[in-house]
Design a protein around this ligand. Structure first.
Ligand code: NAD
Length: 401
């Protein structure tokens, strides 16, 4: 992980970074936590200011602004990106609006943070990359929000792989299991319609695990063989939506995305990978699990125990070798020098604090933040290859470069 150049007392050397956020529900609340907290924990070269938040309902967005600490409220994202007191636009809306908002915000001279998946299609993601490359020449930077890279244990896993502790990788095994769709009466929210979400479990959970697997392994997938399925094809129409929950109205509608996506894949190094993304894993709430097996050792991570990393050092004598638990709370571990004493663990929301911290440093130092829009496009190409393979009876499908 690129370490920012920390300089104690550097705060206020540069002007504040004024943030305007679009969308204030699940991710909007999480990003608000990140922007509010980051400057209180980390030394930053620019101080984030929660300048304005945007929704579509005037009363609801004003209430969200007050709850989450935003100074102003807007009801049209075009007005938000036109504001002189906004330097960075943070996009926390469903995928159908990512491309339009990001391209317009970059054209308006703003930096951009965009939630994952970068877009709903490869074509939209390509347009976003073109806009980001042009903007970069003007000094504006763009990043996509794959926050699971910012769990200290996953960042440590990447560091250990890069140090060669696992040797040549043979297997990368990743699953992302949730269960909020098990009930066939669960309503038809935007996540279940292709025109809003692009795809289902694939773009939602699969995008995360493709990015995380590539980030930890340090290389990009070259091809996939896939199966997808939609188990429940018709659901009650949705009324109020909150986070992953929703209330039903009368009538039903079609589910137009996948419920589950399973795929195997190859890395150019020869390592094999397997992925499973589903919202039907009864009893599993947010079980993102990653295991890597190399010639010299193995690593295993489970998001439901996110302060821990399991490590097997295969070079030790078999007499006493075995998986051991690294409690990832030491100041030597990624991000942890600014937090609590060892053993006082972190949680889900801290990934958004770390995301804000990394982005602020990159902008202040004028360097490209990771993951870039180009990285987001590459993940989109993997998702497209998965869909193509699944449509063709799982035929092995190379990832477009
Ligand atoms: N990083 C993660 O762990 C993670 C988790 C969940 C969702 N996401 C991603 O975050 C994005 C948003 O998901 P969510 O769960 O927050 O959805 P959500 O339904 O909870 O919230 C969406 C928000 O966008 C607003 N919105 C929609 N269209 C708008 C428009 N045209 N103008 C202004 N506001 C608009 C809605 O009013 C709402 O506030 C998606 O891309 C999703 O894939 C990421």
């Amino acid at each position: 992980m690129a370490q920012p150049q920390q300089s104690a007392g550097a705060e206020a050397e540069q002007p504040p970074l004024r943030v305007g956020m679009v969308g204030y529900a699940f991710m909007g609340a999480a990003h608000s936590q990140g922007w509010r907290t980051v400057g209180r924990v980390f030394d930053l070269p620019r101080r984030p200011v929660l300048a304005a938040v945007c929704g579509r309902d005037a009363a609801a967005v004003r209430a969200a602004a007050d709850r989450h600490g935003w100074a102003a409220a807007e009801t049209d994202w075009r007005a938000l990106i036109a504001r002189d007191d906004v330097d960075l636009v943070d996009i926390c809306t469903p995928g159908d609006s990512h491309a339009e908002i990001a391209v317009a915000a970059l054209a308006a001279g703003k930096h951009v943070l965009c939630e994952k998946p970068l877009a709903n299609t490869v074509e939209e993601a390509e347009a976003m990359v073109r806009a980001a490359e042009e903007a970069r020449e003007r000094g504006q930077l763009a990043m996509v929000g794959f926050n699971y890279r910012r769990v200290p244990a996953t960042a440590l896993a990447r560091r250990m792989v890069a140090e060669g502790r696992l040797g040549r990788l043979r297997h990368v095994r990743v699953t992302y299991l949730q269960d909020w769709l098990v009930d066939p009466e669960f309503p038809l929210t935007w996540r279940l319609r292709k025109e809003h979400a692009g795809s289902g479990s694939l773009g939602d959970l699969g995008a995360h695990i493709v990015d995380l697997a590539q980030y930890v392994a340090g290389e990009q997938l070259s091809g996939v063989s896939a199966l997808t399925e939609t188990f429940v094809r018709e659901r009650p129409l949705a009324e109020a939506v909150k986070g992953l929950s929703a209330a039903a109205t009368g009538g039903t509608g079609q589910v137009t995305v996948d419920d589950a996506a399973l795929f195997t894949a190859r890395f150019p190094s020869g390592a094999l990978a397997s992925f499973e993304a589903t919202r039907y894993a009864t009893g599993r709430k947010n079980a993102l699990r990653l295991e890597l097996n190399g010639e010299r050792g193995s690593l295993a991570f489970d998001l439901e125990r996110l302060n821990e990393l399991s490590y097997h050092d295969g070079t030790e004598s078999p007499a006493h070798a075995g998986f051991r638990r690294i409690l990832v709370t030491e100041p030597e571990h990624p991000y942890l020098d600014a937090w609590w004493p060892p053993g006082h663990g972190l949680g889900y929301e801290h990934t958004f604090v770390h995301q804000a911290r990394d982005l602020v440093h990159a902008i202040a130092e004028g360097r490209q933040p990771d993951p870039s829009f180009a990285d987001g496009l590459q993940v989109q190409r993997v998702l497209a290859a998965v869909e193509e393979s699944a449509e063709k009876n799982s035929v092995y499908t190379p990832i477009a470069v």
